[in-house]
Design a protein around this ligand. Structure first.
Ligand SMILES: [Zn+2]
Length: 222
């Protein structure tokens, strides 16, 4: 059993779509989970459907959605305060040291983050790389495992099969609640998963098909 799990992603909702089933399963086992969320996603394009946020108010909405989502998952939340869409321009070294300090305080047994270069968005790649660098700087005897999440289209081809494959359908209700807590984002992101945008398909059914499994690669430090 894990001692403590730390999840590191740049945007509010990355955790919901990517790992909230796994997080819920850890919480059901009584494992403490902390989410280090890099930004408030304030540069996002989704403003709700129908729109209820605008460029000025989006960060406040997303902050509250993030807090609500963490309440659904029953995890501790720490907001790191970086600016959305600029993480790739932050000094990797500084972000890694910042994360290392927090990891040394929490002493997790497992860190979940994005797989650098296989996480599609520059913020995802930058945060994943900084997280892995942070873990690498921790003395080997105290170093937590890292589960890296790849979401690029060609990751299976280039990385092979992920070694951690979690079936999260048994907790899909909670996963859906976590996703829906991100009210300004949920409809927009789920809607894009429809093959036929006109089809009257149940979003939850689409989500189950696309998000019912959460996979990770155990990072190999050399
Ligand atoms: Zn994201």
């Amino acid at each position: 059993m894990e001692k403590h799990v730390v999840v590191i992603y740049p945007h509010p909702d990355d955790e919901a779509f990517g790992a909230s089933g796994t997080i819920t399963q850890f919480r059901q086992q009584g494992v403490p989970v902390t989410y280090l969320c890099g930004t408030l996603g304030e540069m996002g394009r989704n403003m709700g459907n129908p729109a209820f946020a605008n460029r000025e108010t989006l960060s406040e909405f997303r902050k509250q959605e993030l807090i609500d989502a963490c309440e659904v998952m029953d995890v501790e939340l720490r907001m790191l305060g970086y600016r959305d869409k600029t993480l790739e321009f932050e000094e990797r070294d500084e972000v890694a040291e910042h994360l290392k300090g927090i990891l040394e305080e929490i002493e997790p047994s497992l860190v979940i983050t994005h797989y650098p270069e296989h996480a599609v968005h520059p913020d995802h790649n930058a945060m994943g790389a900084a997280a892995i660098e942070a873990v690498k700087r921790i003395d080997e005897s105290k170093r937590p495992k890292v589960w890296a999440q790849a979401i690029s289209n060609n990751h299976l081809e280039l990385l092979g099969e992920p070694d951690v494959v979690n079936n999260v359908r048994p907790v899909f209700k909670q996963k859906m609640q976590t996703i829906m807590a991100h009210r300004s984002q949920a409809q927009g992101v789920l809607g894009k998963m429809k093959d036929d945008p006109e089809a009257e398909t149940d979003l939850e059914a689409i989500a189950m098909e696309r998000l019912g499994t959460e996979s990770f690669y155990t990072w190999k430090f050399d």
